[in-house]
Design a binder for this molecule. Structure first.
Ligand code: C2E
Ligand code: CA
Ligand code: CA
Ligand code: CA
Length: 275
């Protein structure tokens, strides 16, 4: 999601007030949402081709708005980022996701947990300490957590970001590049950063018939880097079969499940999927 809140949240836009006024109203509503616990975390399964089962989930925030119902993150994350509230909102997601991970662990269910992290969170010198504090609080092994960052975050020339990434990886937390293949994919710099996982953007996968040559190339490169390759936005059996056959290790998308509340994950774990 690009940092552009304009007209995204239509119901905040009655056409009479300025953009800035809408934004201020949303900021105050986001503060209220934090105070009165209106955020919820949904989970979308990640399927392992080799193990033929679900091995992890991605935590995706939703806003249970008192008037507007369940609001998707694309509508409010940009404003959360520009206002700085993403720090607190991101911390909520991290805490909630690891609490859930620990609860599943107690039931004997081990799932890797992926959490999205904004550039702004990563810029905070305290971020690695916060992450290890929450991991310890819930007794989650660091390797059960994967942080998803966009390329822009990884290629930022920022000493704090690099130090934070290093600290997190040293602790054992996994780092993934999200939405790979969109925007500027700086292939040259990719070899300079060390990551554990690359998630191919769903725009590449959804038009896989046309994108075959570039997908083949990108997958070959990821293999060379020895990272886990995840195909996002896998919606059909055809997409699942092609990406599995061509070397993606894990698949995520509506073909397996849309993001669901935690309680709906368990039945999916026993389901078999054909790819
Ligand atoms: P993302 O990290 O790329 O997450 C994947 C998005 O693709 C999710 O949208 C998911 O519902 C959607 N998706 C999954 N499978 C399919 C599919 O097969 N087809 C299609 N068409 N879409 C699929 P969602 O949940 O609306 O999230 C949108 C974005 O909001 C996320 O994109 C992420 O960038 C951001 N976001 C979500 N939760 C958080 C969070 O806790 N913190 C931060 N900073 N950003 C978040
Ligand atoms: Ca809650
Ligand atoms: Ca993501
Ligand atoms: Ca993505």
């Amino acid at each position: 999601v690009k940092a552009n809140g304009r007209n995204q949240f239509r119901f905040y836009d009655d056409g009479l007030r300025s953009q800035r006024e809408h934004e201020l109203e949303m900021i105050s509503d986001l503060r209220e949402a934090l105070r009165s616990d209106q955020f919820v975390v949904f989970y979308q399964p990640r399927y392992s081709v080799q193990e033929n089962r679900i091995v992890g989930v991605e935590a995706l925030i939703r806003w249970r708005h008192p008037e507007h119902g369940l609001v998707a993150p694309g509508h409010f994350i940009p404003v959360a980022e520009s206002s700085g509230l993403i720090g607190q909102i991101g911390e909520y997601v991290l805490r909630e996701a690891l609490r859930q991970n620990a609860e599943w662990r107690k039931q004997g269910i081990e799932l890797e947990m992926s959490v999205n992290v904004s550039l702004r969170q990563l810029r905070s010198p305290d971020f690695p300490r916060l992450v290890s504090k929450i991991l310890r609080q819930y007794g989650c092994p660091p390797a059960s957590l994967e942080l998803e960052l966009t390329e822009t975050a990884l290629f930022e020339d920022d000493a704090v970001i690099h130090a934070n990434l290093k600290a997190l990886r040293t602790e054992g937390v996994r780092i993934a590049i999200d939405d790979f293949g969109t925007g500027y994919s700086n292939l040259a710099r990719l070899s300079e950063v060390s990551v554990d996982c690359i998630k191919l953007d769903r725009s590449l996968i959804q038009d896989f018939a046309r994108n075959r040559p570039i997908l083949r190339m990108v997958i070959a490169m990821c293999k060379f880097m020895e990272v886990t390759i995840v195909a996002e936005g896998v919606e059909t059996r055809d997409m699942a079969a092609w990406t599995a056959e061509h070397g993606c290790h894990e698949l995520q998308g509506y073909y397996f499940s849309k993001p669901v509340p935690a309680c709906e994950i368990l039945p999916l774990l026993d389901q078999t999927f054909s790819t």
